[in-house]
Design a protein around this ligand. Structure first.
Ligand code: GDG
Length: 500
């Protein structure tokens, strides 16, 4: 009971590597993404702890140390590893979280798989996380819980430790009542979230949706409603909102609500871009391309990321524009993060099938229209691709934020490059100068990619300049400050909103 900040996130904050029979804890392979960002918060608190799970044959007698001390560039912190059986992991994570919650959060009712959900196991695992967090937290500590697979932790933790400040951040979209209420456990989930002091989302739309779901089921009251800052209320995105509630009351308590978009580490990405090795990689990529334009698409293999719709659009482009054959390359990086899940394996084979067909239909000995990469690319290599790509094509069907598009902008210190971005990515609310497209419409997808490929340099630079200003301003440090401010005070963070 001694940590002032306890981060509760299902994944461990490092990779375990066995060297000469000893376990070493190493930085995650991808130094980008959310894990290093979360770890950087430890530097701001006297003592920090992280709670995650680790698979064990026998959870009562795990074959690993439950709590370990880490001392890395982010300082000293402890990591509590909850021993879970393979069955518990499958049930709580792969089934309940990924097959039932994930599709609903992203608006895919038809993919929602309700029957296999074992709710008692979900409760049991969330209870174990709450107990581990309660054991780590000092008096009045901040306990910061992440994402929907830990939805019940706040409610349990409030019972175990009424003294701690509980904050919950949603990395996914939050759907409106019509969609959320498909979940039969809706009341229990909402009551748990309303046991928090602060509930955070990327953008105002998700806050509004959360309130709509809460209002539909519980006696809640929204205390204040403020106008969304003009740059976040642009009409270009389907996810824009004009006003947003900032507090909700339930059961005699007031819960702060926050819309705070996660940013990327612009300084780090710019440093990578400035390296000589990166310049050499970019040169090599360009040499290999010759006169062809490079279109880059990066995302996890997931139906929400819209990879299949994108390949169909590319096929239509090559079909209707024979003049472009030989003059384009699409690099489609689609990495599976959840192995052994049927839904993802199906997407992977569908992607391979369409990619094979496109290359077969249009390719030749000298020209391959597309490269499909199913393995993770090292981040410094990815940055070289960002820097070399004429167009970044990021068109998820639904996405809480999407960091890839921000990484692309951060890598374009040269001021060139075009971003084609889905209006259903949270980032579209901020990055209004991208070519915004609707991935559900063939017409919109096809015209957006054509526009991007043909855009004059002056316009490209103008749009990129506007985009980079926002990506730089609302970077990962800005998000961290916003979170700190929100933890510190009962007042709402004012960075995203102005009084009505
Ligand atoms: C969830 C929400 C929200 C991808 N391929 C490679 C690689 N990546 C890295 C990217 C980026 C990260 O993975 C993906 O981040 P996203 O934000 O795009 O997507 P999710 O994983 O779905 O994240 C999302 C996010 O949480 C944060 O709140 O934005 O909406 O779904 O950083 O660079 N990295 C490397 N090689 C790859 O091949 N090294």
């Amino acid at each position: 009971m001694s940590s002032n900040l306890v981060i509760v996130y299902h994944r461990q904050p490092y990779e375990e590597v066995e060297v000469d029979g000893r376990i070493e804890y190493r930085e995650n392979k991808s130094p980008n993404g959310i894990v290093p960002t979360l770890k950087s918060f430890f530097g701001r608190f006297e003592k920090g702890a992280w709670v995650a799970w680790k698979q064990a044959e026998d959870p009562a007698h795990p074959d690993f140390e439950r709590v370990i001390e880490i001392d890395d560039q982010y300082g000293k912190y402890t990591v509590s590893r909850l021993p879970l059986t393979a069955e518990q992991i499958t049930s709580f994570y792969h089934v309940s979280s990924k097959e039932a919650f994930w599709p609903i959060l992203h608006g895919f009712k038809e993919r929602y798989n309700y029957d296999p959900v074992d709710w008692p196991t979900f409760r049991e695992v969330n209870w174990a996380f709450a107990e581990a967090a309660a054991a780590e937290a000092a008096d009045g500590a901040v306990v910061w819980i992440h994402d929907y697979n830990l939805w019940l932790v706040p409610g349990y933790l409030r019972k175990l430790r009424p003294d701690v400040k509980i904050s919950f951040f949603h990395h996914t979209p939050f759907p409106g009542a019509d969609m959320f209420n498909v979940l039969p456990w809706r009341n229990e989930i909402l009551e748990s979230l309303l046991a928090c002091d602060l509930v955070g989302f990327h953008i105002p739309r998700y806050v509004n949706n959360f309130v709509s779901a809460a209002r539909s089921l519980l006696e809640v009251d929204t205390k204040t409603r403020e106008k969304v800052k003009p740059e976040l209320a642009s009409q270009t995105s389907a996810l824009s909102e004009q006003s947003v509630p900032t507090q909700i009351t339930f059961d005699g308590r007031t819960i702060n609500l926050q819309a705070s978009p996660v940013g990327v580490d612009v300084d780090y990405i710019e440093q990578l871009v400035a390296r000589e090795e990166t310049a050499a990689k970019v040169k090599q990529i360009k040499q290999e391309l010759g006169d062809a334009q490079l279109i880059l698409s990066v995302g996890r293999t997931d139906y929400t990321k819209g990879g299949i719709e994108q390949l169909h659009s590319y096929e239509r482009l090559l079909e209707t524009r024979p003049d472009l054959r030989g003059k384009l390359r699409l690099m489609h990086v689609s990495v599976a993060a959840n192995s052994n899940m049927v839904a993802y394996e199906e997407i992977q084979s569908e992607l391979e099938h369409i990619a094979g067909r496109i290359n077969g239909r249009f390719g030749s000995l000298d020209w391959q229209p597309l490269a499909l990469l199913s393995r993770a690319v090292p981040f410094d290599q990815l940055v070289a691709y960002y820097r070399a790509a004429d167009v970044a094509w990021i068109t998820p069907l639904a996405d809480g934020m999407n960091l890839v598009c921000k990484e692309y902008g951060a890598a374009r210190a040269d001021g060139d490059g075009v971003l084609v971005l889905s209006e259903f990515a949270g980032a579209a609310v901020e990055l209004y100068s991208a070519v915004i497209t609707n991935p559900f419409s063939h017409k919109s997808m096809d015209s957006a990619i054509s526009l991007a490929l043909e855009m004059p340099e002056e316009e490209r630079r103008e749009r990129m300049k506007l985009m980079r200003e926002i990506i730089r301003k609302q970077d990962v440090r800005f998000w961290a400050e916003d979170q700190m401010q929100a933890f510190d005070s009962a007042d709402l963070p004012k960075t995203m909103i102005v009084p009505a």
